[in-house]
Ligand binder design. Structure first.
Ligand code: GAL
Length: 800
């Protein structure tokens, strides 16, 4: 099986770069066996804890760690996999369950908090002599990993990658079993975090002389006039049992693979286990610069040769761009001022929990770009690498952040790994060293920790700087004394005074807004836990979108900020608790459907013409009653009409919105706006009942790689084809072809419907007229069709 994958991959790589056939980098996601263990009862945890599994090397007898253990009755799962999202919702008062979205996981649920995974694979004797390295990009959490009964190591973090060299333990021509135990008993954050191997696993097959793992190729760029100077540092390691000689050279190509520069071959001699770094300087004349608007990516290929043969190579995408942060003028990308129009985000999505197919990363970043956002904060943990790939490709600046602020061995390593793994991404413009460390941030321990972490960052990545997300208002003591860029979480009122008193510290809004809204709901509902979808409700520490953005855009020295949050996420159901299971902070909901506040940001952040009316106009039974109407636009003025009758014309305040109170009558509410001499119109109409289903896919072709995915948005229309904005119909889904439905959602923060349904029983109610289905490709070719049906509705069929 492995051999087949190798050959397939070899062909793929040969096509991409004909010279790099030696390194085989393959996804190791398919067909894992999964079963839940038990955190409090070793006999239900496959005897983990009652057998002496750490007393003799390779002997974990009596547990499920040994390769001959019979796992045939375990569930077969494809990675990425999050078992928490499939657990029931559970209400218990007064504990941290609400933060994690009321999923029955953690210390109170030992039967749900341990997951065991086993992956069986073969390696042919003919393939011995290579090195085999497994990399797990994210296991939530406290993972322990064995191969064929041999313990490889563990990772305390639920968010960092770990690599294990498994070469010595491979059984050639016999089955091999990689076993992972994930323990999600203890939370790391105060938000939904998932459980299990929720990111990709990779297998690298390498020569004994190869480029070092994480951070082995480090690309730095500088622009001098019309030329980009590209410095590529390649770390090579010798795992032979004897001294080895090799040469190292670097090739730079444009994005179509055209070679632009090539270095000389530099000879290396390495003792056993020795690692040596070679730095080579190359030039690109008239480089295309990377920017959010034009995210051009070059490739640097570090190549290792021995005896005239290529034995390893690694390709890194990089961008040429300059980042400058000025204490008086904010951020400059390539010398051009850029206001940070950012959002903070967690990593989960409707239907998926934290286990997102790569397509979802691109989908979510595209939605944010469409809104006009240019920056993303990975709050509050290291992201999956594919998120950063999406930001590089689509042009989204990133603030990259470790889980917490601590310079002790564990967390210093986490921060080190984060920087080594991510520093080649052109999208990253700044590091955050942590977020709101209440116990630490005011103290001199905080000062010392921060100083250590900033120094580490500067050592590993001298071309960037750091900030810290401080909810400390104008306080300067503690972390803020040593942080190069002062980050404000909320508390913006005294910011002018801070800038006056500390003029040498640039200032950024690391976290702002936290406005709470429920998509499509315009009347507060404390029973269901819904907040009106106007930019008007926020917790005590927070503000409206309009308040922070006006403040940011009026101050040149204020770099801009990151609104909390781009999307709703599971957990933190502010301002209500149960039955809410997810937050209301999103500018978009859990599915990525825009809320009203989205159009505020889009008006002032994107270059598009925006004119949007809220709410919808289906208020049956409320004739004559006042309805609060918000219009978001970037036009100069707006005149509102109800059924053709003017309700008055108003000038649009810059960075503001407009309101009317309109006595309801069914029909059409129309806004007519002028931007200069350009006329723009928008309408909302009273619709009839839903009569047919509409399916809108994010794309219409799927790669048959077992990993590609498509997001299908579901809505309903009345007989005249108008979308029904308050529909709540139940929709059932049936899929034909080699693909599977992997999740459903609807953005309702109080829905307790399952995101994962039994095979053949996929369904979801619409919320505010919308739902979402996510489909993952299989490995076979051919058509896939999704049929959506509902009582009294004309069904819809989508072909992919
Ligand atoms: C901040 C915190 C975030 C989130 C937010 C909600 O204080 O950093 O993680 O909890 O509040 O408003």
């Amino acid at each position: 099986m492995l051999r087949k994958e190798m050959l397939l991959l070899l062909t793929g790589l040969t096509l991409a770069i004909s010279t790099t056939a030696q390194r085989i980098h393959t996804k190791f996601d398919a067909d894992w066996k999964f079963k839940q263990g038990h955190a409090a009862d070793p006999s239900r945890d496959f005897n983990y804890g009652i057998r002496n599994i750490f007393s003799k090397s390779g002997d974990a007898s009596g547990t499920c760690i040994m390769p001959d253990y019979d796992d045939s009755n375990w569930e077969t799962v494809q990675l990425p996999h999050d078992w928490a999202v499939g657990l029931p919702f559970q209400y218990i008062k007064d504990n941290d369950l609400d933060g994690h979205g009321y999923k029955a996981i953690g210390g109170l649920f030992p039967e749900n908090s341990i997951g065991w995974y086993r992956k069986t694979f073969d390696v042919n004797k003919a393939d011995s002599g290579h090195r085999y390295v497994v990399r797990l990009d994210g296991v939530y959490r406290d993972s322990k990993v064995w191969i064929n009964g041999y313990y490889l190591g563990g990772n305390f973090s639920g968010y960092t990658s770990t690599s294990y060299d498994i070469t010595d333990f491979i059984r050639f021509n016999k089955k091999n079993v990689l076993t992972v135990r994930a323990d999600a008993t203890q939370n790391e954050g105060w938000f939904y975090e998932g459980a299990g191997i929720y990111r990709h696993v990779w297998l690298d097959i390498l020569n004994n002389v190869h480029i070092a793992n994480e951070g082995g190729v480090f690309v730095r760029t500088a622009v001098k006039g019309n030329t980009a100077i590209v410095n590529v540092a390649t770390a090579v390691v010798n795992k032979h049992i004897h001294t080895a000689n090799a040469t190292v050279y670097t090739v730079i190509t444009d994005r179509s693979g055209q070679i632009l520069a090539q270095s000389k071959e530099q000879p290396l001699s390495m003792a056993v286990n020795e690692e040596k770094t070679v730095t080579q300087e190359l030039k690109i004349s008239k480089p295309e610069l990377w920017s959010p608007e034009s995210p051009y990516l070059y490739r640097a290929i570090a190549i290792i040769k021995a005896d005239g043969q290529i034995i390893d190579s690694e390709k890194v995408r990089f961008g040429v761009r300059t980042i400058t942060i000025d204490k008086n003028k904010g951020l400059f990308v390539n010398g051009i001022p850029v206001k940070v129009k950012g959002v903070c985000c967690h990593q989960d999505h409707a239907g998926m929990g934290c286990a997102l197919p790569n397509h979802l990363q691109y989908y979510r970043i595209s939605l944010l770009k469409e809104m006009g956002a240019n920056a993303y904060r990975t709050s509050h943990n290291p992201p999956t690498p594919e998120l950063l790939d999406a930001c590089d490709s689509l042009g989204m600046l990133v603030m990259d952040e470790p889980r917490l602020l601590n310079s002790g061995t564990e967390y210093e390593n986490q921060f080190r790994q984060l920087i080594l793994r991510d520093r080649n991404h052109p999208s990253i413009f700044i590091w955050s060293i942590g977020n709101e460390e209440f116990a630490t941030q005011y103290t001199n321990i905080g000062t010392r920790i921060a100083q250590r972490q900033v120094l580490l960052q500067q050592q590993l990545d001298p071309d960037r700087t750091s900030t810290y997300a401080a909810n400390q208002g104008n306080h300067f003591t503690g972390v803020n004394e040593v942080i190069p860029v002062r980050g404000f979480n909320y508390n913006l009122h005294g910011i002018d005074g801070y800038h006056r008193d500390h003029p040498s510290q640039p200032v950024i809004g690391t976290e702002v807004a936290s406005t709470v809204t429920t998509r499509s709901i315009y009347i507060k509902d404390t029973v269901k836990g819904y907040v009106p979808d106007y930019d008007s409700t926020y917790p005590s520490w927070a503000s409206t979108a309009e308040q922070w953005w006006k403040l940011a855009s009026d101050r040149e020295w204020f770099m801009g900020g990151f609104a909390w949050t781009g999307f709703d996420y599971r957990g933190e159901p502010t301002p209500y608790s149960w039955p809410n299971i997810n937050s209301h902070f999103g500018i978009m909901d859990m599915c990525g459907f825009p809320k009203n506040v989205y159009y505020y940001y889009q008006s002032w952040w994107s270059g598009k013409d925006v004119l949007h009316i809220a709410p919808h106009w289906n208020w049956q039974g409320k004739d004559g009653q006042p309805v609060l109407v918000w219009v978001n636009t970037n036009a100069d003025n707006v005149e509102l009409f109800l059924n053709g009758k003017s309700l008055g014309k108003k000038d649009m305040p810059r960075n503001g919105h407009l309101r009317w109170t309109v006595n309801y009558a069914p029909g059409m509410l129309e806004a007519v706006a002028y931007k200069g001499s350009k006329k723009i119109t928008a309408q909302v109409s009273t619709t009839g009942n839903a009569s047919r289903i509409i399916l809108t896919p994010s794309k219409t072709t799927l790669l048959h790689d077992g990993d590609d995915a498509v997001v299908v948005n579901v809505s309903v229309a009345d007989e005249q084809g108008r979308e029904v904005p308050d529909a709540g119909n139940n929709i059932r889904f049936v899929l034909d072809g080699d693909a599977s439905i992997i999740g459903v959602g609807n953005g309702d923060p109080s829905s307790h419907e399952p995101d994962k349904c039994a095979p053949g029983a996929w369904q979801r109610n619409l919320f505010g007229g919308k739902a979402q289905v996510i489909i993952r490709a299989g490995r076979g070719q051919g058509k896939v069709s999704l049929k959506a049906s509902g009582e009294g509705l004309q069904a819809a069929v989508l072909s992919l």
